[in-house]
Structure formats: structure tokens, C-alpha cells
Design a protein around this ligand. Structure first.
Ligand SMILES: [Zn+2]
Length: 265
């Protein structure tokens, strides 16, 4: 079977085991069903996810021009504390920014290798956690806008990591930290403006199980733009990575906007 696709991050569904779907032309693939199958990816060019032109991808599936123009990739995405829509101040497109920033946001702790703090829109739970390859996560505060979530994250970052090792995540080297305990320790460091939003009654841990038959032992990263063609036996899916038998890992999200032909052998 052969499929044409412009790669976009995999869609996911939290089930007993996380389900992964890939958009392909006129169809979608449930990737869980492809475990233990030989899959070939062939690089055919680029297609910007924003303007649709066949221009080289710069970052996040966008060409250079779109990346610096589109409201969807302003600095406040990566640095929520820079959000200004709650003050009525525009970064690139106030209406768009209000639509995203003035929505309930969650500050959470997730365990993917070590414990890390993060921010996401409430509607992105548990998607965000799955995309990071977290095995467990717990919410800390639910605030009405992105700015409050950002300043809470900044304050908590002094006491807990905000990054994890993706290599350890892929090798399944995960700390056995107790998230409930960690959350309790951080409570007093929540900034005053956000303290009323502490989720005192929501200490529930969400667990995520990934479809992995074999974790990689050493990691080889596939750069499809350079390799052009890769073929391997799929052994697992975790975060936004496909894991192959020969220790090759393919970050689908980092390859957004690539036109590919996928052959299932
Ligand atoms: Zn573009």
C-alpha cells in the first residue's frame, strides 16, 4: 500500500494504549496497526502548512515568510508569560491572540524522563502530554488566561525542570518520582495572582501507555530531508516519534510540511 501525505503531527487518542493517526491524502492511517510492519518514507519536497506553497520549510511546518508573519507562531506560544491579549495589546493579530490566550489554561507536572512543569490550553489535555511522551501527568492550576499560566510556570521553574531528555523518554528511562508529592512541594511557590486557581480537589494522575514493542537502546535520528528515503520495521510510537527496529527514531512533528510517499510493505 502506498500513500501520499504532507506530514503533520500525529493525532492521538488516550485509550488503554494511546492510539496514533496520521493524515494522508484522502484517508488516515491508524499507526498502531502498522507495528511490526516494514514502512518506507520517501521525501518528495515541501508544502508550507500555512500558505500551501511548495517552499522550503523553516520551522513548525511553516516556510520562512509564514513563520515570521503568522499569528499562530508568535513568541508567546513558546513563552506564555509574554502573552498580552488580556491587556488588549496585539502581538501579530489581536483577534486571533484573544481567541487562544483568553481561554482556560492548565499548568501541569508531567513525567517523561524527569519531572517537568509545563503549560497548555485546557482543551489540549491530554494531547499535549502524549505529544511529549509523558507516562504520567497531574494538573496544578487552572487559570483563565495564558499570561497567568506563563507567570506560574516561570515561578515554578526555579524549583522543578521545564525540560526533559527526549533521548531518555524514547529509551523509557523514566524517574519514579511521586507527582502528588511533587505537586504538594510546589504549591507554596505559585505566584499570588494564581494561588486561588490551585486545583485543590484535582490531584488525579493521568497515566499514558504507549504502543511500543521494543524501545531503542542507542538512538539514531532520521532526518528525512537529508536521507530522502528510509525504510525500517516499526517497533513503537511514543510522543511524536516513530521507533524502528534498527534504533532509528523519526520525529514526525519536526518533519511537518514535508511531502512524502509512505509505502507499507
Ligand atoms: Zn508559507
Amino acid at each position: 500500500m502506498q500513500y501520499h501525505a504532507v506530514l503533520k503531527k500525529m493525532k492521538t487518542e488516550l485509550n488503554d494504549e494511546v492510539q496514533y493517526y496520521l493524515d494522508v491524502e484522502n484517508d488516515f492511517l491508524n499507526l498502531n496497526q502498522l507495528l511490526d510492519k516494514e514502512i518506507e518514507f520517501s521525501f518528495e519536497g515541501y508544502q508550507c502548512l500555512c500558505c500551501g506553497k511548495e517552499k522550503k520549510i523553516f520551522r513548525q511546518g511553516f516556510c520562512y515568510e509564514c513563520f515570521y508573519k503568522s499569528a499562530a507562531v508568535g513568541d508567546w506560544i513558546m513563552k506564555p508569560e509574554l502573552s498580552t491579549a488580556h491587556l488588549g495589546i496585539e502581538d501579530r493579530d489581536l483577534e486571533f491572540e484573544q481567541g487562544v490566550q483568553l481561554k482556560p489554561h492548565i499548568v501541569y507536572l508531567a513525567l517523561s524522563s524527569n519531572v517537568k512543569v509545563g503549560v497548555t490550553r485546557k482543551t489540549q489535555i491530554p494531547t499535549r502530554w502524549i505529544d511529549q511522551g509523558a507516562t504520567k501527568a497531574i494538573e496544578i492550576v487552572e487559570v483563565p488566561n495564558r499570561y497567568l499560566a506563563g507567570i506560574t510556570e516561570v515561578a515554578l521553574k526555579d524549583h522543578v525542570a521545564d525540560k526533559t531528555s527526549w533521548q531518555k523518554m524514547l529509551k523509557n528511562e523514566v524517574s519514579d518520582a511521586d507527582l502528588i508529592e511533587e505537586r504538594e512541594k510546589l504549591k507554596s511557590f505559585i505566584p499570588e495572582e494564581a494561588q486561588d486557581y490551585f486545583l485543590a480537589n484535582n490531584g488525579k494522575i493521568t497515566e499514558m501507555n504507549y504502543p511500543v514493542l521494543k524501545y531503542p537502546t542507542k538512538i539514531k535520528t532520521l532526518n528525512l530531508e537529508k536521507a530522502h528515503v528510509y525504510s525500517g520495521k516499526l517497533k513503537g510510537i511514543k510522543g511524536q516519534y516513530l521507533l524502528f527496529e534498527d534504533n532509528t527514531v523519526f520525529n514526525v512533528r519536526n518533519s511537518e510540511g514535508y511531502k512524502v510517499i509512505i509505502t507499507i510493505k
